[in-house]
Design a protein around this ligand. Structure first.
Ligand SMILES: [Zn+2]
Length: 104
């Protein structure tokens, strides 16, 4: 249900027929690649790797790599490392200039 953006209460509010149809359609989709199982499970299917570039993702991965390198500390008394629970997102402006977490 989360794949459709539904919370459990919203899911339960749907008519049973709609829920069954959504589950049946979902069962046709490969959870690994997102294609129809009838497509991706064909033996001998020839596929070629393709590439897209996302510079936002690249910048986030670079920031994370630097933060991991900078924060190679032992876990604190609770067993947590400085990056545990940290999520990183990117913005066009530095909205937290006093935050030294990413400074190298
Ligand atoms: Zn697949």
């Amino acid at each position: 249900m989360r794949e459709w953006g539904l919370t459990p209460p919203l899911w339960r509010e749907l008519p049973e027929g709609d829920r069954e149809l959504m589950l049946a359609e979902s069962a046709l989709v490969c959870p690994s690649c997102g294609n129809l199982r009838s497509y991706c499970s064909r033996p001998g299917l020839e596929l070629y790797p393709q590439r897209d570039e996302c510079f936002v993702t690249a910048a986030r991965e670079l920031a994370l790599r630097r933060a991991r390198s900078k924060n190679k500390q032992e876990p604190d008394t609770r067993g947590l490392h400085p990056l545990d629970g940290v999520s990183v997102w990117m913005a066009e402006a530095d909205i937290n200039p006093d935050d030294e977490f990413f400074d190298v």
